[in-house]
Design a protein around this ligand. Structure first.
Ligand code: DX5
Ligand code: ZN
Length: 217
């Protein structure tokens, strides 16, 4: 299981230091919010570009913004490993996914808890990963919504039928109590905000999550 700590749950005024505390992370998950698509505002491409000068850990950017197409180039210019846009926020998903892929970045679709995964079927051939939101996006520290796991099974059935290789990630309320369930539901990546950043030893929290996911603790 890959672990992507969400820096949103840390002290945002010390982002580079928080990134350093997350030793062993596979990716740093960066939650961009615009105060419109979600009722919260965080940071944008200039902050992420500055952070990139302080860490070698690849970035996993999660755009929670209306119409992400407008500023997409700014986020791609930071050269993240992965970038997800929200299904609910994009009008021309085909064009957006192609632009992300053409930049050499893994293209992801994030979906809210109430969004049916079946709607994504005709976009999956352009998609590297689906990020299942297990909270309503906007804030760190919310409770995990377990009903979403059933939806992951429905994506697996579509992938079996279409023979497409799309990986699954989970974002929101993930911690030691549910990471095993998340792994069993088929996720190969878990975003973890509070359970990692609010702990005294984030690096240890990351390796513990990985061990629990693999059921070796
Ligand atoms: C929620 C964000 C998540 C969040 C995760 O809108 O997309 O990435 O920061 O934080 P926790 O793990 O605390 O829910
Ligand atoms: Zn996120």
């Amino acid at each position: 299981m890959q672990i992507a700590p969400s820096l949103l749950a840390g002290d945002l005024s010390r982002m580079a230091l928080e990134a350093e505390r997350c030793r062993g992370a596979d990716f740093l998950h960066l939650d961009v919010m615009d105060g419109h698509f979600v009722p919260n505002l965080t940071f944008g491409a200039p902050v992420i570009a500055d952070l990139a000068r302080h860490t070698d850990v690849p970035f996993d950017i999660h755009l929670m913004v209306s119409d992400p197409e407008v500023l997409l180039d700014d986020y791609l210019a930071v050269r993240p490993a992965r970038l997800a846009v929200h299904w609910e926020a994009v009008t021309h998903m085909d064009r957006v996914l192609r632009r992300i892929r053409e930049a050499g970045v893994e293209a992801g679709i994030a979906i809210n808890p109430a969004t049916a995964v079946e709607g994504l079927t005709d976009s999956l051939h352009l998609t590297s990963f689906v990020l299942f939101m297990t909270v309503n996006p906007g804030f760190a520290g919310q409770a995990f919504i377990p009903e979403v796991l059933e939806k992951m099974g429905r994506l697996e059935a579509i992938l079996d039928r279409t023979q497409l290789a799309v990986s699954m990630g989970v974002d929101g309320g993930v911690g030691p109590d549910n990471i095993r369930m998340v792994a069993e539901a088929g996720a190969n990546l878990a975003v973890a905000g509070s359970s990692v950043l609010k702990s005294a030893e984030p690096a240890e929290a990351i390796s513990r999550l990985r061990r629990l996911a693999e059921d070796i603790e």
